[in-house]
Design a protein around this ligand. Structure first.
Ligand code: GLU
Length: 503
């Protein structure tokens, strides 16, 4: 008798909150390369169970970014497939049904403990040096729980885990990882609003979507025991786990937008070639069997071996990426190819139709137009940091204001010059700073000069991601001149910001 091995199926499961993250592309690349190298399938699942933070704009941006990079998936919310829906918010009935089975089998329970009870417990645990976490301390009998639930009392559903012994996880790259069960708490599976948590939805979906290999970031290793437990309680086979090393800033900290661009849209707007960006994401975490530095997706797939992933933290180095991109432009593109790239990037009629109304009132000759518009096509503008500090403000105040603007801009769900303007007006008022003083440094940060085309239209043309990058670049320039917001000062500012602006 022959046993057929199931077809390899992998997935990337981003949460659609904020910009399409470079980490999503990195995970997608390795999931896709692994699946395709074995004749399998690669799936996109949208994990949008955080209702407050998930948006359709952000989801669309993920689809667009993955398609731009050529990381095409066989199944997903926008392409369909046999295991849909591929959006978790559309699968609530499935999670409820599976969760009810866990309750019926005695693996999970309805929990009515209050935030005050949980706070008191945490305090007591910290004081006595016990492992923090909730392990059913306020659990009530199931009869009473069912009664209170039937009466409509809000509650969560939690998973029971063993109180002693060890949970052993196998990771393809890291081998056995052991966790004492006593350190694992009774994870919430279902929130009081009827939405599942990541853990429940992720396990149920991976199973129902036939995922055979879970390739994800190492920050999820600590979730693996909860997942192991869920698979065991459901009686399902757990997919093989492969935790990839996280992308890092050059200082080795976890890649963050404060220190590095992280939005795929920024890389697109800055004119990186998608092939070069993919090549770079492959190169920093993986070595090709022939040690080549330049390779495309099909070459990576042809010889892919997940064992060649290096576990040392892959550092995302912009200078190295730019160097590799330059090589792609020189070695893999003819002049005609580049011309086509330029056209589909920004040098096209659509972009010029947006720019011309801005230059028309200002230009005297045709030859004025291109120099006047050059900074719209550039990456980071060059200027003297002193230009960022207008007469009425000092450097630290400017840095503080730019930081606040960046936070406000990061919160925006859609982007237009008009929205940017309204936001800046509101900030000026809230911070009691003259609009003129607030706009002067922003103008320089965006255009690289005190005189240029109108600010808000410029922001609209270069887009949200490039706008934010240029503001972050201005902050970095101010930091170099001694006006750095960091440590306690930054923390305090962030707290004040959250208090007065809300989340
Ligand atoms: N939604 C999770 C994320 O945003 C997915 C993690 C996983 O792959 O299991 O990274």
């Amino acid at each position: 008798m022959t046993t057929s091995t199931p077809q390899v199926r992998t997935r990337v499961a981003p949460s659609p909150t904020g910009d399409p993250h470079i980490g999503t592309a990195y995970m997608a690349l390795f999931n896709l390369a692994f699946a395709k190298s074995q004749g399998g399938q690669f799936i996109l699942r949208v994990e949008d169970t955080d209702q407050a933070r998930s948006t359709r704009e952000s989801e669309q941006a993920i689809f667009d970014a993955l398609h731009w990079l050529g990381l095409n998936y066989d199944e997903g919310p926008d392409v369909g497939g046999p295991c849909g829906p591929y959006r978790q918010s559309e699968r609530l009935a499935i999670y409820k049904e599976e969760c009810d089975k866990l309750i019926a089998a005695g693996h999970a329970y309805r929990d009515f403990s209050t935030p005050e009870q949980l706070d008191a417990l945490r305090k007591q645990q910290t004081e006595s040096g016990a492992n923090p976490g909730y392990r059913g301390e306020f659990r009530i009998s199931s009869e009473e729980a069912e009664k209170r639930a039937a009466a409509g009392e809000p509650h969560v559903i939690r998973l029971i885990v063993p109180s002693e012994g060890e949970c052993v996880i196998n990771d393809r790259l890291r081998g056995e990882i052991k966790f004492p069960w006593a350190q694992i708490d009774h994870q919430v599976l279902m929130k009081s609003d009827g939405f599942p948590t990541y853990h429940l939805a992720n396990v149920v979906d991976d199973h129902l979507m036939g995922i055979t290999h879970v390739i994800r970031g190492e920050e999820w290793i600590s979730s693996a025991p909860k997942h192991r437990r869920l698979y065991d309680c459901f009686g399902w086979q757990m997919p093989e786990l492969i935790h990839l090393p996280l992308l890092r800033n050059p200082d080795k900290s976890k890649l963050s937008k404060r220190k590095n661009p992280t939005s795929i849209n920024y890389f697109k707007q800055a004119g990186y070639l998608p092939e070069a960006l993919l090549n770079y994401l492959g190169l920093i975490a993986y070595s090709m069997p022939d040690a080549s530095e330049m390779f495309d997706l099909s070459q990576m797939i042809a010889s892919f071996d997940i064992g060649r992933v290096s576990l040392g933290g892959p550092v995302f180095d912009m200078a190295k990426l730019a160097w590799l991109n330059g090589r792609w432009m020189r070695e893999k593109q003819s002049a005609d190819d580049l011309l086509e790239r330029l056209k589909s990037w920004m040098l096209n009629d659509d972009t010029w139709r947006r720019i011309l109304p801005l230059v028309q009132p200002r230009a005297e000759k045709l030859s004025d137009i291109v120099p006047m518009s050059a900074y719209l096509f550039a990456d980071m503008p060059q200027y003297d940091a002193a230009l960022l500090i207008p007469k009425g403000l000092d450097g630290e105040r400017v840095a503080t204001l730019i930081r606040i603007i960046l936070w406000e801009f990061e919160k925006m769900r859609s982007w237009s010059g008009e929205q940017a303007k309204n936001s800046l007006n509101a900030i000026a008022e809230k911070e009691s700073v003259k609009l003129r003083d607030l706009l002067a440094p922003i103008f320089v940060a965006i255009s690289g000069a005190p005189v240029a085309l109108p600010l808000f239209e410029t922001m609209e043309i270069i887009g949200a991601d490039m706008t934010r990058r240029r503001l972050a670049h201005a902050l970095a320039k101010l930091a170099e001149t001694g006006f750095e917001l960091k440590g306690k000062k930054l923390k305090k500012l962030e707290e004040e910001y959250q208090k007065s602006y809300g989340r």
